[in-house]
Design a protein around this ligand. Structure first.
Ligand SMILES: [Zn+2]
Length: 575
């Protein structure tokens, strides 16, 4: 292990390999030329200064928060291509291109938005961003809804868990009102539902993406999720940070139509509206956890929306670069991050409008570039490594979804996808947090890489946030590609300075103040040693798998195992 890292340092320095008869003389040279050796060692390592420099550029005002379809987005793509090409990598998309075009629609509900919740003849007007946050992913210029409201509880249709919230209800043309998270999130151990949806761990049924999809499958015209900070994993400020705005990949004719209107209702607003209609939200929450719960139409209640929508077609791009493998170049290892952030928003108290996404995910992007730099300078690998910079992650994992619909490299020959999305900036840590425990053998690779650093793997301590379903690796996982995600908000790291408490505090501060906001900005005060160690873990795993015949598998019990096994025959020596 030590030998391996020294090996790279020596190659870079033009010296002979370790483990040979030259080992002693190499040491002698080392001692004789401390400066060169230092430089070589540094060149072969993930470098905190380089990470910081890259983030400083990507998160600068000039890049305007890197929203897809904006000049800042375009500049980001150009910057990434420039960096990858200077590292000597090859264009990684089709036809010798650096980019995979991702056609998107961008929609913006226009102000003022007329939204009402009517109980009998009494109409309550809902304020966009205060009481509700609604948008559309349909390319429509106006929306007119006046429809009954169906309370669907958590809205899970999960036959494999013996659970169905819908029963015989007909949602066609109606508004579906959901609770956030899944049915056993808040359940006490003695409740029958406890454990059926992984306890506090969020399942895909808990995600808004699932809820909107399920409502669409059932023909609902709108889907609204009642916001609760704890169950959502983020505050109202995050849920309502881009009021009325949305993006979607341009749909093929054959694709399912999404709901016309989707979004969040503020928890307090929902409680007041339901109370006016004679329902107690707390009581509804309890009812929705019972095994005999069935969706029901609210008595005498209609939801109305009369909205103008600005729709534009935009073209964004995934950036793909490749380090070709020497002997098995068609076997692909992929490491990725998303280049987009939230663009320009409302003015904050300090007068800032750009939401620079410095941590989310310029830092992850910098990590991918650093891995590219170190691997391309190191010994060649048998397998190819593809570096992917996804667009439109913040709009619903759109760039990575577009990739799996039209993959440049066959997914069955993609060995693994490693994703970096948010890294902690509070310094060295004794552990790395594993997101989605028990999913694939890659977690064993993570553990052995961490052991080489003298670190350990800890399970995520906020599994209720459902992070396994909230980053681009999920797009690949759904298609069976084994994945690993490092995400700094998955749980407080055990920091060398301050321990777990300091790690938890870093997350609380970041989520509470900066996540998706103007304050997610580059800072000269960041301590990137822990982030560099985490990035280095991926480099180690890529290097290991890069010269291995091994195809990591999903573990039994993973929902992604079956789809991977269907293509097992295409992977030589995989079983
Ligand atoms: Zn992100």
């Amino acid at each position: 292990m030590f030998c391996r890292s020294l090996f790279i340092a020596l190659i870079v320095a033009g010296l002979s390999a370790c483990g040979t008869a030259d080992e002693d003389s190499a040491n002698t040279v080392d001692a004789a030329k401390p400066k060169d050796a230092d430089l070589a060692e540094k060149a072969a390592q993930i470098d905190t200064e380089r990470l910081s420099e890259i983030v400083k550029v990507l998160a600068s005002d000039e890049f305007e928060g890197r929203a897809p379809g904006t000049p800042g987005g375009k500049k980001t793509v150009e910057y990434l291509i420039d960096r990858f090409s200077k590292l000597g990598l090859e264009p990684g998309a089709k036809d010798d291109s650096w980019v995979q075009t991702v056609p998107l629609i961008h929609t913006q509900v226009q102000a003022p938005a007329a939204i009402t919740f009517r109980v009998g003849s009494e109409a309550q007007i809902l304020q966009q961003q205060t009481d509700i946050e609604v948008s559309t992913i349909r390319p429509v210029e106006s929306i007119a809804i006046d429809a009954p409201v169906v309370f669907v509880g958590f809205g899970a249709h999960a036959p494999e868990r013996d659970w169905d919230d819908y029963g015989d209800i007909d949602l066609e043309g109606k508004v579906a009102l959901f609770l956030v998270n899944d049915p056993d999130f808040a359940a006490a151990p003695e409740e029958e539902v406890a454990g059926r949806f992984g306890n506090r761990r969020m399942t895909y049924y808990g995600r808004w993406a699932y809820k909107f999809e399920e409502a669409a499958r059932r023909g609902a015209t709108a889907a609204l999720v009642i916001h609760e900070t704890e169950a959502a994993g983020y505050g109202w400020n995050v849920a309502s940070s881009s009021p009325g705005e949305n993006y979607a990949v341009v749909r093929a004719e054959s694709d399912e139509e999404p709901v016309t209107l989707q979004g969040w209702m503020h928890g307090d607003a929902a409680a007041a509206l339901l109370a006016a209609a004679g329902y107690d939200l707390d009581e509804l929450r309890v009812r929705a956890r019972s095994t005999d719960f069935e969706a029901f139409e609210l008595d005498n209640v209609t939801f109305g929306a009369d909205l103008a929508v600005q729709v534009e077609s935009i073209e964004s791009s995934n950036v793909l670069a490749k380090l070709p493998g020497t002997s098995r170049p068609d076997e692909i290892l992929m490491v990725s991050a998303h280049w987009d952030a939230y663009g320009i928003g409302e003015t904050d108290t300090q007068g800032r409008t750009v939401r620079p996404g410095a941590n989310d995910d310029a830092l992850g992007m910098a990590g991918v570039l650093e891995i590219a730099r170190v691997l391309s300078a190191g010994p060649p690998l048998a397998r190819s490594v593809v570096f992917a910079a996804w667009t439109a992650e913040e709009s619903g994992l759109l760039g990575s979804q577009a990739y799996v619909v039209d993959p440049v490299y066959p997914l069955e020959k993609t060995v693994a996808n490693l994703t970096l999305d948010i890294l902690q900036t509070a310094g060295s840590a004794r552990d790395v947090i594993l997101v989605g425990e028990g999913q694939s053998e890659l977690e064993d690779d993570l553990a052995s890489a961490a052991a080489r650093q003298g670190r350990v793997v800890s399970p995520e301590n906020l599994p209720e946030n459902g992070l396994f379903y909230r980053a681009d690796h999920f797009s690949l996982a759904r298609q069976g590609v084994p994945v690993l995600l490092i995400m700094g908000i998955a749980g407080g790291a055990d920091l060398v300075e301050g321990g777990r408490e300091a790690g938890d505090q870093w997350i609380a501060d970041y989520i509470g103040n900066c996540y998706h906001q103007t304050c997610d900005a580059w800072s000269p005060d960041w301590d990137l040693r822990g982030a560099a160690d985490d990035i280095e873990l991926f480099r180690i795993i890529l290097e290991d798998l890069g010269s291995s015949m091994r195809w990591p598998k999903w573990k039994s019990g993973s929902e992604f195992k079956a789809i991977r096994e269907q293509s097992a025959e295409s992977r030589s020596g995989s079983q």
